[in-house]
Design a protein around this ligand. Structure first.
Ligand code: NAD
Ligand code: TYD
Length: 353
């Protein structure tokens, strides 16, 4: 039998490129990467696999239903992993338009095209087919000091980004219930690792620290996120699409709850060791507390026991091991970093006028 073909949308982004690299390196499937190449998409992240006979790139906007339909019917995928999205909360505060378009309308288009395609499958092809929507824990809103997000936690999104992802999750659920689309949803906590666009906290801190610029911490730095290494997330996604049950939701998280201040201090401490400054100076001296983000969620924390129990996935990296790998990667991949920072000056985003 031919290798199966997996369509990955958003495969030129941070998490999508890790998924594509892992799938191609496994040697088990062909991958068609559908990506519009917005500011966040970068084909340099795929340099290690771009020459593989099992890999094909298609520059398509998922809001263009006709082009999407043509490519899905041409590729004849066994499964679809949908990651393409506008993904940054601060940008969604500055301008929600693209979030509504890509995350809601784009997901709707992909669902409709997939439904047309799926309805023409039969036998083993129909049985194998899966549609996996990659989503975020931010749909659940904000936690107080205690408790964890479970798959049953009600949706209470607070930012335009999380509201658009919540909407797309609901569409996927409805397509499963109404049309029998064999769809799965995963909701994951904050990712970090190589190839992340430097508008997000961790690469932004590394970049600002090395550039000698102020390191901005929103509010008092007490907000908590549950950090997961991107390689662990991509493995979870492969596990879900292979062995997950259609109609199910899986929460994915790293059991690494940390305040933003703890995250920044850890990065500064590691940089002090790996790239020491002059005598007695620390990168921590560059920390600057700045105006808080509007609607800033206080705490995210994931109960990942369902995926651990039912699909036998668990993260391999601790925050200490993952952040060390990440910092070392940014230090030795300055060409990639420069290609990205040429597009983004590092200016503060997401403050209301
Ligand atoms: P990213 O911003 O790094 O990449 C998004 C990719 O989607 C880019 O390559 C971009 O070019 C592409 N894209 C955007 N709009 C498109 C469109 N209209 N048509 C086709 N392609 C388009 O995002 P990421 O951090 O890799 O996140 C990937 C997915 O995972 C998203 O759905 C996000 O909501 C979800 N997620 C992210 C995190 C995180 O911490 N980064 C956590 C949980 C879930
Ligand atoms: P971010 O990486 O934007 O992810 P998300 O908002 O999706 O959780 O931000 C992570 C946390 O870091 C969040 O609480 C906001 C905070 N933050 C800062 O304190 N300074 C910054 O410059 C950025 C980008 C984020």
């Amino acid at each position: 039998m031919d290798k199966e073909t997996i369509i990955v949308t958003g495969g030129a982004g941070f998490i999508g490129s890790e998924v594509v690299r892992q799938l191609i390196q496994s040697g088990e499937c062909s991958v068609v990467n559908i990506d519009k190449l917005t500011y966040a998409g970068n084909l340099k992240s795929l340099a290690s696999i771009e020459d593989s006979d099992d890999y094909r790139f298609c520059q398509i906007d998922i809001c263009d239903k006709d082009q999407l339909r043509e490519e899905v019917f041409r590729s004849r995928p066994t499964r679809i992993m949908h990651l393409a999205a506008e993904s940054h909360v601060d940008r969604s505060i500055d301008g929600p338009d693209d979030f509504i378009r890509t995350n809601i309308i784009g997901t709707y288009n992909l669902l409709e095209v997939s439904r047309e395609y799926f309805s023409g499958l039969s036998g083993e092809e129909a049985e194998l087919f899966r549609f996996h929507h990659v989503s975020t824990d931010e749909v659940y809103g904000s936690l107080g000091e205690t408790g964890l997000f479970t798959e049953e936690t009600p949706y209470r999104p607070n930012s335009p980004y999380s509201a658009s992802k919540a909407s797309s999750d609901q569409l996927v659920r409805a397509w499963y219930k109404t049309y029998g689309m064999p769809a799965l949803i995963s909701n994951c906590s904050n990712n970090y690792g190589p190839y992340q666009y430097p508008e997000k906290l961790i690469p932004l801190v590394i970049h600002k620290a090395l550039a000698g610029d102020p390191i901005p911490i929103y509010g008092r730095g007490e907000n908590i996120r549950d950090w997961l290494y991107v390689g662990d997330h991509a493995r979870a996604l492969q596990t879900i699409i292979k062995n997950g049950e259609p109609g199910q939701v899986y929460n994915v998280g790293g059991k690494n709850e940390m305040t933003n201040l703890q995250v920044v201090a850890t990065i500064c401490g590691m940089l002090d060791d790996l790239r020491p400054l002059h005598d007695g100076e620390s990168y921590e001296d560059q920390i600057e507390f700045v105006t808080d983000r509007p609607g800033h969620d206080m705490r995210y924390a994931i109960d990942a026991s369902k995926i651990e129990r039912t699909l036998k996935w668990s993260p391999a990296e601790t925050f200490e091991s993952g952040i060390k790998k990440t910092i070392e990667w940014y230090l030795s991949n300055q060409i990639w970093c420069e290609s990205v920072t040429q597009k983004y000056s590092g200016k503060r985003l997401g403050v209301l006028a």
